[in-house]
Design a protein around this ligand. Structure first.
Ligand SMILES: NC(=O)c1ccc[n+]([C@@H]2O[C@H](COP(=O)([O-])OP(=O)(O)OC[C@H]3O[C@@H](n4cnc5c(N)ncnc54)[C@H](OP(=O)(O)O)[C@@H]3O)[C@@H](O)[C@H]2O)c1
Length: 254
């Protein structure tokens, strides 16, 4: 069978590529043949990953980007076009998690979380879609969370941001489909990354989570990266506006 996961000749932008899920997605898309713009604030981490990817034959553009800054996002897309000539795939993945009891949610918590997790996805989606529309082709993948479906305590603003990502995905899909762009989201469950390392450090808490996950383990960035590769490839050409839950079955009995 022809390799339909092949991304040879494609250019992808991955935000939050300096660690965790974003790093895993960048590695997988590169293995499938794509050249990658690696975006985040920690440039040294991006440069390390760039070296690894380039040693396997793909090209990279590591670039320091703060997704709360519109100018950084515009530069990220403009530099990608300058370097690779086009953008075929955007993965909106950069995200932060802040703990606050509902009664303590303040303006800073609200702005900090929504500016990265939701507004950053909107700006990057707009900038990339303008370029993709010129070629009447593109794939945008937004990283949501099961927290966009179920309300986890002490992370109200995060929950709201991820529910927003799910609706942003549908809104983008509705308007961008006619210009050849598919937009989908992935809603991960509990994945082992910097974001969750403190939760998973405590054996009692980790055990409590594990008891709720039918497949009996926490997820790894590769578990999300495989689905991202599918959504970036021709295998998913008739999928748009969808949010795929990748959580080992946890949400079935939340
Ligand atoms: N881990 C989980 O269990 C889980 C579950 C559901 C959803 N998610 C989502 O998955 C995504 C990736 O998270 P992760 O688990 O891989 O956590 P992570 O390892 O902490 O990665 C977060 C990434 O976002 C980047 N980032 C944060 N603020 C940024 C900003 N202002 N501008 C640019 N980049 C920024 C970070 O890079 P720099 O610090 O270098 O900027 C880092 O690369 C997030 O959207 C998260 O909400 C994670």
């Amino acid at each position: 069978m022809e390799n339909l996961l092949n991304l040879n000749g494609k250019t992808a932008i991955v935000t939050g590529a300096s660690s965790g899920i974003g790093k895993g997605i960048a590695q997988y898309l590169a293995k499938a043949g794509a050249n990658i713009t690696l975006a985040a604030r920690r440039l040294e981490k991006l440069q390390e990953l760039a070296k690894e990817i380039e040693s396997n034959g793909q090209k990279t553009l590591p670039i320091k980007v703060d997704v709360t800054q519109k100018e950084d996002i515009q530069k990220m897309v403009a530099e990608t076009i300058k370097h690779f000539g086009k953008v075929d795939i955007l993965v909106n993945n950069a995200g932060i998690l802040e703990y606050k009891n509902f009664l303590e949610v303040d303006e800073k918590n609200w702005n900090d979380v929504l500016n990265v997790n939701l507004r950053g996805y909107l700006w990057a989606g707009q900038e990339a879609a303008k370029e993709m529309a010129k070629n009447k082709s593109g794939k945008i993948i937004n990283i949501a969370s099961i927290a966009g479906f179920a309300a986890f305590p002490q992370i109200t603003v995060y929950n709201i941001s991820k529910a927003g990502v799910i609706m942003l995905t549908k809104s983008m899909a509705a308007e961008l489909g006619p210009v050849g762009i598919n937009v989908n989201a992935i809603a991960p469950g509990l994945i082992e990354t910097e974001m969750t390392q403190d939760i998973l450090k405590d054996p009692k808490t980790a055990e409590g989570f594990l008891a709720k996950i039918p497949v009996g383990r926490t997820g790894k960035p590769e578990d999300i990266a495989g689905v991202a590769a599918f959504l970036a490839s021709d295998l998913s050409n008739y999928v748009s506006g969808e949010t795929i839950v990748v959580d080992g079955g946890w949400i079935c009995h939340l």
